[in-house]
Structure formats: structure tokens, C-alpha cells
Design a protein around this ligand. Structure first.
Ligand code: SF4
Ligand code: FES
Length: 300
């Protein structure tokens, strides 16, 4: 099985200039083009490991962001074949399922030349990978990588997700404890913990797994479209605290996300939950929350 990776490369437009020696020249600022790389890898290799291999062996200037390497930090969201995904959680095999066949010739994209190169390919046999000659380069799937939508591009595959983090930060994403003192079973004050029943925990527990990767934001047509909308990640974060029985700021939080750029801006498209790496059904969470708020209002 052979794989070709074709990251979309974009020079820094917001930061300007040349970030690293050997990479972009100042005159390249704002220029974007598509560049092909060809790799021979085991299909179980993650796309992140492919990029690290490219960086080590083919192109040290290629820029992408990652940290933990195993789905914990949320720093490596990119569009893989157009779908926002984490580089470290997507294998070549998975990415190939949505890949297009390679075009067996040179192709040009805006302002730049790209090549579907002569491919040193491989055949994957079980768990091993052995070099062979390709039957045809048309058999080689092309995995298309690009920065996630909705955010400005810093360079190559690095989107600037600071606006999302600023939104979340502005809504005070930390527990504001009620101040009630928890009691131990024998009636003594226990100041070290706030007790919570399993049912209370279950109400918000999954939302605590959000890693602020931005995949939901990049999947949301309202957010990507640039409408005034705090975005699904910020809403999920606030719902997590509103549903936490230990938090005492629920009414302030609800008021904040009930502004016109909050819950009212959500059009319930539900694309936001399709690709969440944490399995959070973001659209359903938001929908259920809105329903709950309306029901409570009606009940007075
Ligand atoms: S809800 Fe899911 S997709 Fe959205 S930021 Fe959190 S982990 Fe990422
Ligand atoms: S590198 Fe941390 S989530 Fe992928």
C-alpha cells in the first residue's frame, strides 16, 4: 500500500516575514501553495508520524503543531481530506479511506507548482511494509492536509486558535465554588472537598474531557462563516460548569452565553459533533441544554 501526502503550505500572512531560516523568504509572505510529499509507511502510522518523518527526511521547513502525540493536548487539529481531525489520532489507513486517487502527472495550484512525483512506493503485507514498484501512480491515494478552517493561518498547517482560547478564557472556564462547606458522614465540616453524587457528576463528566482542539469550531458552518458566534467549544465549556452542582456562577454563565452571539447564534446544524475526537456530541449537548433552559423558563 502506498501513500502520498500533500500538505497545503501557506506562508505567514498575519505574522508576516520569514519564520525560520531556510523556509519562507520575506517575499513569500501571504503566498500559499500545495506541495506534495511521498512516503512509504505502514498503514497504521499516524499522520502526525508521517509529518515528523517528512520533517526529518524531506523538508525541515514544514511547519505543524503538536505536543502530547496521543490525543490529550488538542494542539494538532488540521483538515485531513477536508475533515477537521487530530493528526495524532488519525492513521494513514483511516485517512486513505477519504483520500482521492493521485493524479499521475504534474499539477498546478494557485501561484505554485506541485508535482505528483515518481513514487518510491511500498506494499503493505500484514504488519510489515516492503518496497515495491507501483502498478500505477493512480493507485496512490493522496491524503490532503490543510490548516483547519475558521482561524487565520500562521504558517503551513498551523492555524491560530488563540481567538477560540480567548473566548473560552473570557467566560471564566474554572469552577467558581458555591462556598457551601461539604460535611463528612459524621457531620464534621470537610473543607477539602465538595461532595457530588455519581448522578450529579454524570451530568457534565464527559464535557470535562474537551481538549479545546477547535475541531468542532472548524466543523461549524456558522462559526466558519464568520457570523458573530462564540462557537461550540466555548458553549460546551460553559455548559460543563453550569451543569456542575459545585459551581455557584450558573446564572451569570447562562446570562453570558444567552447574549446574541451565544446560544441564540447556534443554528443547530450539528456538524460540530461529527468529528469531536473526544466523542462529545457537541450539537446534541447544546440542543439539550437549550431545550432545558426553555423548559425551565416555561415552568417559571
Ligand atoms: S468539544 Fe470536542 S471538538 Fe470541540 S474543542 Fe472540545 S474536544 Fe475539540
Ligand atoms: S498532539 Fe496532543 S492531541 Fe494530538
Amino acid at each position: 500500500m502506498h501513500r502520498t501526502m500533500r500538505p497545503t503550505r501557506r506562508a505567514a500572512s498575519t505574522l508576516g516575514g520569514a519564520p525560520v531560516a531556510g523556509g519562507f523568504g520575506a517575499s513569500d509572505a501571504g503566498r500559499s501553495w500545495t506541495q506534495d510529499y511521498t512516503l512509504t509507511v505502514d498503514p497504521r502510522t499516524t499522520v502526525l508520524d508521517c509529518l515528523l518523518l517528512i520533517k526529518r527526511t524531506q523538508d525541515p521547513t514544514l511547519a505543524f503543531r503538536y505536543s502530547c502525540g496521543h490525543g490529550m493536548c488538542g494542539s494538532d487539529a488540521v483538515a485531513i481530506n477536508g475533515t477537521p481531525s487530530l493528526l495524532c489520532k488519525t492513521t494513514v489507513q483511516q485517512a486513505a479511506q477519504t483520500a482521492k486517487p493521485a493524479t499521475p502527472s504534474f499539477r498546478r495550484t494557485a501561484g505554485a507548482q506541485t508535482a505528483a512525483a515518481a513514487v518510491p512506493t511500498a506494499t503493505s503485507v500484514g504488519t510489515s511494509t516492503t518496497a515495491t514498484t507501483p502498478a500505477s501512480s493512480a493507485d496512490t491515494p493522496v491524503i490532503d492536509l490543510a490548516p483547519i478552517a475558521a482561524f487565520s493561518v500562521q504558517r503551513d498547517l498551523i492555524a491560530d486558535i488563540d481567538p477560540m482560547l480567548d473566548q473560552i478564557r473570557a467566560l471564566q472556564p474554572y469552577l467558581q465554588a458555591r462556598g457551601d462547606l461539604a460535611m463528612t458522614a459524621d457531620g464534621k465540616v470537610n473543607v477539602f472537598e465538595y461532595l457530588q453524587s455519581p448522578e450529579q457528576l454524570a451530568k457534565f463528566e464527559q464535557l470535562t474531557t474537551c481538549i479545546a482542539c477547535g475541531v468542532c469550531e472548524a466543523s461549524c458552518p456558522v462559526f466558519v462563516g464568520g457570523d458573530a458566534f462564540v462557537g461550540p467549544a466555548a458553549l460546551v465549556n460553559q455548559i460543563r460548569f453550569i451543569d456542575d452542582s459545585r459551581d455557584g456562577a450558573a446564572s451569570e454563565r447562562l446570562a453570558a452565553i444567552s447574549e446574541s452571539d451565544g446560544l441564540p447564534a447556534c443554528q443547530s446544524v450539528r456538524a460540530c459533533g461529527l468529528n469531536c475526537p473526544q466523542g462529545i456530541d457537541v450539537g446534541e449537548v447544546i440542543w439539550q441544554f437549550i431545550q432545558g433552559v426553555q423548559t425551565r423558563k416555561q415552568e417559571g
